[in-house]
Write a protein that binds this ligand. Structure first.
Ligand SMILES: [Zn+2]
Length: 225
């Protein structure tokens, strides 16, 4: 939205921050050349950030992205968007509290409701996908980049919470990935609500949606299946 002249001035001095947004196709009108707009939409990637004027540029984005922000930028020290998205949650909560006129509150280390609990992760490809149809992990455009990622928030019953949308899923069957350290005959699967859920170390848990899925992966039913 900046006129070209001041844009050049800004560029010469170096750009402090780039605020990237997805192409909002829903705002195009029937008269727009949609394909042309898509083709010309700029992309922020490593190559762009190598340019002299972008050396110190922080990259922001409200997320989710489509294709305008290269995944290779994620690990760059200038990328701010994950931090931006994470901080956006308490900021929105504070704004809502302010608008509703609720009492003032202070957040300190001791009483923080944002204190994180370090749950074990579940990142295996098999067995579970987020059941929230709006989750970023099940969107066609994102699936090629994002792997399912859950936290094991409870063992009995076994509950996995999606890292992206916090939706919780309860898989039906489980097995242990350290079966191979014993004998092949130990490659067994169990019902997730059996006491085996607590016997298997969280880092070794493999989940299945169904008994047939477990069997397709070479596991045999145990007494607890
Ligand atoms: Zn999800």
């Amino acid at each position: 939205m900046m006129p070209d002249v001041s844009m050049e001035v800004e560029l010469k001095a170096g750009v402090d921050a780039l605020y990237v947004t997805r192409l909002q196709k829903e705002r195009l009108t029937a008269g727009d050349d949609a394909e042309g707009v898509v083709a010309e939409y700029p992309m922020v990637d490593k190559k762009l950030l190598k340019e002299k004027e972008f050396r110190q540029t922080l990259v922001m984005h409200p997320l989710p992205r489509v294709d305008e922000l290269a995944y290779e930028v994620d690990a760059d020290r200038r990328s701010m968007y994950f931090k931006q998205a994470a901080l956006g949650v308490p900021i929105r909560m504070a704004l809502i509290a302010l608008l509703l006129g609720t009492k003032e509150f202070a957040v300190s280390e001791e009483n923080s409701w944002v204190q994180g609990i370090d749950y074990p992760s579940y990142r295996r490809d098999s067995g579970v996908k987020c059941s929230n149809p709006a989750c970023v992990t099940v969107q066609e455009t994102e699936r090629k980049y994002i792997k399912p990622d859950f936290k094991i928030v409870n063992l009995k019953p076994l509950i996995l919470r999606c890292v992206y949308c916090e939706h919780e899923v309860q898989p039906g069957y489980i097995a242990s990935s350290d079966w191979h350290e014993g004998r092949l005959v130990n490659k067994k699967y169990h019902r997730a609500d059996s006491h085996m859920a607590k016997k298997i170390k969280p880092e070794n848990i493999i989940v299945f949606n169904s008994a047939s899925e477990a069997e397709a992966r070479g596991f045999k039913a145990s007494h607890y299946a």
